[in-house]
Design a protein around this ligand. Sequence first.
Ligand SMILES: *Cc1c(COP(=O)(O)O)cnc(C)c1O
Length: 411
Amino acid sequence: MQKTLPFDSATLQRILDEYPTPFYLYDEAGIRERMRDLVQAFSWNKGFRQYFAVKATPNPRIVSLLRDEGSGADCSSMAELVISERIGLEGESIMFTSNNTTAEEYKYALDLGAIINLDHPNLIDTLLAAGDMPKTISFRYNPGPERTGNAIIGNPQEAKFGCTRKQLLEGYKRCQELGATHFGLHTMVVSNELGVQSLLDTAQMLFDLAILIKDELGIEIKFINLGGGIGVGYRPEDDEVNLADFGAGVHQLYEKVLVPAGLSPRIFMENGRTITGPFGFLISRVINQKQTYKDYVGVDACMSNLMRPGMYGAYHHITVMGKEGQSATKSVDVVGALCENNDKLAIDRQLPEVVVGDVLVIHDAGAHGHAMGFQYNGRLRCAELLLKPDGEVEQIRRAETLEDYFATVKF
Ligand SMILES: *Cc1c(COP(=O)(O)O)cnc(C)c1O
């Protein structure tokens, strides 16, 4: 089975003539269209807002093209707040969903007027050390044994995020006493989820909880943040989540559960993966081959460019440029140069016959790809390029140099 590419060989060759491998290539048209599809799927909810999870692809150009499509930013660190600020987002266009947070970070978020999404009521004091209780406040719920989570994010009972139901209620109460008047509810329990029903279960759980909060505390939740976590069909045979079906499913639950209870909150989401994941490609070249107990294809990218296979055993589809139509001839491990045996971008992968110099396109690397990059073994982070709808290419992040690498040490 094959996966389609948003560019042809000639376009890629033109880019390769100008930029050395490895690099990331993002498809602007695809990202914009996906964002529009999400907004369309929730157009029934007048206050709907998607906050792009900046950590997925923390490139200012990517975040700003999403801002142009109406996206806010979901941040969890100082650097992510700074990216959002520098591209002109502020106020309720920023959601600060952090955990294990410092007062310094809260101060920055408060100064930007960001919506603060507290991980736990213990953090109220940390927040107060940074400034006054804001009018708007949100909490992150962890359902514990109520839900099973999934492979990437783990079981909620084992997850460090969020707080229990009892803590949640105490948290709202205390914030109300401190002057908050506008309340939000959030959770994030699944990651890379392809099952619409599981995503809908999260909505149902939060809707029920909003009713409980109203009954117990008399507080009307004004926005419900369903989190991110919509999956990407990494394997060619995977079904993608149909955003229209998902949006319609949430609409049905909204009408069935919330409306009769007299609640009409805004729906928020903070997707990263589904927005940029399928529209980013790691482009790499074959530089060595060897045959020992297995067949190895050595490329000029490595796990420090794309950690997901090494970290989660994740599958990323690979297309050999110019050999798309050829059938697989053998099973190979595609490896980088790190002195670390899990530096494998693919294991036992069926590929057509490759030779040194061939270009491999590694699919679905647009989210949690470059972002998770690191410099182990002195391997430097590669460039990021944006393929624009008119076919032009813009370098949106240059490759790191040895000078960057040594900038923080003394000899
Ligand atoms: C990582 C994360 C997201 C984004 O997850 P995706 O799988 O990229 O959609 C959203 N919200 C929170 C709190 C996160 O930690």
